[in-house]
Structures are given as structure tokens and as C-alpha cells.
Design a protein around this ligand. Structure first.
Ligand code: C5P
Length: 225
């Protein structure tokens, strides 16, 4: 008889630029697990909406776009059908738009099945805002990564400059604060530490150390054989 136990999930949630992406990717590589960047789905929908000139305040139109886009994760690349949108979705204006459309319940609902479909053996590392609270409430391990606003703005600055994109520190600080407020205060699936999540403050902590801590916690998690 086939084993019906669902593949284990490590849920990594946290605010913007808390290092979730890098940490989640490395943990997935270490364990040979699949990786879900849920923010990329919101960003892809936001990109399409911005390019189409759709009113971001129109929940039904945005949900319609979200339901109909085909986002493909291809290694380190994110594609929309055949178009490579890896860099385009990282632009700050797209992140801001993603955070705005993410407050619509219909948009979140449109992405739920897609996210859950990526749960496959041998396991999944999923990162976002509501991985542990809504999408994978039965995750084997829930981590809530934080870092000071200044540390996060600096990381985002380096990330953007490294990609040859424009960046302005004061504007980044402002955007991150605004996004924190929007992500935390929205009515549906707000950014919050879910029950049972382990908080890791990564301010001043090298990424290797954060990865090592997550792996150590996973090995101690009760569901792990
Ligand atoms: O994580 P990232 O910055 O790429 O996410 C972009 C935006 O998408 C976030 O500011 C947040 O509003 C939204 N998001 C979300 N739930 C997730 C992932 C991202 O609401 N699980």
C-alpha cells in the first residue's frame, strides 16, 4: 500500500528582506527538498497587473489575473510561460504592488492550491508570510525569521545593487516599514508568528549560522524519522 503520509514541510515565514529566501533555498539544497518562494507568486501576479494597467484596488480583476497566470519555477529562474521574469519581479515597485494585492482574500485563495501542489516527496521548504499559519499548518517545522528594519534594508540594498538594479537606502527603509505595516495589519493571513513557530532573530547573524540552526531544529522535530 502506498504511504499516504504527506511529504514533510519546513515553513519559513518572516517580514520583507529578513533573509528567508536565501535561508530557505540553502536548507532545501542541504536536505534535497523542493523549494517554494511564495512571494514570487504574488510578485508575478503584481507584475502582470502593473503591465496591464489593472487597478490594484479591484479585487476581482486582480484575482482573475492571479488565477490565470502560469508561474513556472525553473531552478533559480521564475518564468511566466516562456518569459523569464526572475529579475523583473524583484523590482521594488513590483514588491510594493505585490504587498498591496496580497491583502485581497480572493487573490490569496487563488494561490492556495498552487502552493499546496508543490508539496512533494522528499519534502518542501516553503517561505513567505503565512506558510506556517495558513498554507501548511501541519508543517513539521515552523520558523519565524526576523531582523531589525535597518539590517533588512541594508540586505535589500546589497541585493538590488548586486543585480545592477537601482536602490536608495532611505526609500528602501520607507518601503520596508510600509510593507511591514501592510503585511501585519491586513485582515486575511497577516504576517504573524504562528503557533508553534520558533523565532530566529538574524540581525548580525551570518546566513550559514541561520541555516545551521534551522537544520538542527528540523532534525529535532518530532515528525522526522
Ligand atoms: O517575500 P516577498 O517580499 O517576495 O513577497 C512580496 C509580497 O508578497 C510581500 O510583501 C507580501 O505582501 C506578499 N506575500 C504574502 N504572503 C506570502 C508571500 C508574500 O502576502 N506567503
Amino acid at each position: 500500500m502506498a504511504d499516504s503520509t504527506p511529504a514533510p514541510v519546513i515553513a519559513i515565514d518572516g517580514p520583507s528582506a529578513s533573509g528567508k529566501g536565501t535561508v530557505a533555498q540553502r536548507v532545501a539544497t542541504e536536505l534535497g527538498f523542493h523549494y517554494l518562494d511564495s512571494g514570487a507568486l504574488y510578485r508575478a501576479a503584481a507584475l502582470v497587473a502593473l503591465e496591464a494597467g489593472t487597478n490594484l484596488e479591484n479585487e476581482s480583476d486582480i484575482a482573475h489575473i492571479t488565477m490565470n497566470i502560469n508561474v513556472i519555477f525553473d531552478g533559480e529562474h521564475v518564468r511566466l510561460e516562456s518569459r523569464d521574469i526572475t529579475d523583473a519581479i524583484r523590482e521594488e515597485r513590483v514588491g510594493v504592488a505585490a504587498s498591496r494585492i496580497a491583502s485581497w482574500p480572493k487573490v490569496r485563495a487563488a494561490l492556495l492550491g498552487r502552493q499546496r501542489s508543490l508539496r512533494r516527496p522528499p519534502g518542501l521548504v516553503a517561505e513567505g508570510r503565512d506558510m506556517g499559519s495558513v498554507v501548511f499548518p501541519d508543517a513539521a517545522l515552523k520558523i519565524f525569521l526576523t531582523a531589525s528594519v535597518e539590517a533588512r534594508a541594508e540586505r535589500r540594498y546589497k541585493q538590488l545593487m548586486g543585480k545592477g538594479l537601482r536602490a536608495n537606502m532611505a526609500a528602501l527603509l520607507h518601503d520596508i516599514r510600509a510593507r511591514d505595516a501592510r503585511d501585519s495589519e491586513r485582515a486575511v493571513a497577516p504576517l504573524q508568528k504562528s503557533a508553534g513557530a520558533i523565532v530566529l532573530d538574524t540581525t548580525g547573524m551570518p546566513v550559514e549560522e541561520v541555516v545551521a540552526q534551522v537544520l538542527a531544529r528540523y532534525k529535532q522535530a518530532p515528525q522526522v524519522p
